[in-house]
Design a protein around this ligand. Structure first.
Ligand code: ADE
Length: 247
């Protein structure tokens, strides 16, 4: 639900999301909130009670639009109480765990705000989750919605090919990715780490794991601490097997 349906469609119209939509693995329907304005000039916004700069999206076009979306979901055999995500900086921080939960839902409705925001009553009436994609303010919810659709879609079985698999080893989940290389073996004086050319699968897996751990420690110390705290046993076993002291 957006005032800019073409933006959202265009943002997902290439590459993996486009293929998933074309193959019917996921469906994307955009609804123009302006189509639900009862105003002859198709207005959807109004001045703000109490004063202040800018305009606010009025409740009725949004709630009417939602009722139409809900009816379409019910018509195709879905729930009459879908998750409705409001894109807003005043929300829970979106993360991979949320993406995983959402990927299990049959239907998700995303509501994109614009202008200064949305009348609180529309939110109270229809929104189930307020979601922020980060501590910064955008001009509208369309980019956040596209990000969420992208992150959730790639977790839906069949969206990624086996080469692009989203499968996450539980042992390395929560760590940042290790560095990767392709040909040539030497580029502008920089070489590919020897172990990756060795063909020794266990050594390669160990190298990648240690790189992930080290990178996470340097770049995202809070993720590193959380990982260490929740993988004590596995790390002990790992250090025993490799005779390395990692932490
Ligand atoms: N709309 C504007 N800024 C936003 C943000 N950071 N996250 C989600 N929706 C938004």
């Amino acid at each position: 639900m957006t005032l800019f349906p073409e933006t959202v469609k265009a943002g997902l119209s290439e590459s993996i999301t486009a293929r998933a939509i074309a193959n019917g693995i996921i469906g994307l329907n955009t609804y123009d909130i302006r189509d639900f304005s009862k105003d002859k000039h198709r207005h959807v916004d109004d001045y703000i009670y109490g004063g202040g700069a800018g305009m606010l999206m009025a409740p009725d076009p949004i709630v009417s639009c939602f009722e139409h979306v809900r009816d379409s979901i019910v018509e195709k055999g879905g729930t009459d109480k879908p998750r409705v995500l409001l894109m807003t900086p005043v929300g829970d921080a979106f993360n991979q765990q949320m993406a995983e939960e959402l990927s299990k839902e049959e239907d998700i409705v995303l509501l994109c705000g614009h202008y200064e925001g949305i009348d609180e009553r529309a939110i109270e009436l229809i929104v189930t989750d307020r979601v922020s994609i980060g501590d910064f303010v955008l001009t509208g919810g369309e980019l956040p919605a596209m990000m969420i659709i992208d992150a959730v879609s790639r977790l839906v079985p069949g969206v990624l090919g086996s080469d692009e698999s989203a499968f996450d080893e539980s042992f390395t989940k929560g760590l940042l990715e290790y560095p990767q290389y392709t040909r040539p073996p030497e580029y502008r004086g920089l070489t590919v780490p020897e172990v990756l050319l060795s063909g020794h699968h266990q050594n390669i897996a160990d190298w990648r794991f240690e790189q992930s751990l080290e990178r996470t420690k340097q770049i995202r110390p809070e993720l590193y601490e959380a990982y260490i705290a929740s993988h004590e046993e596995e790390l002990k076993k790992y250090m025993k097997r490799t005779k390395k002291s990692l932490i």
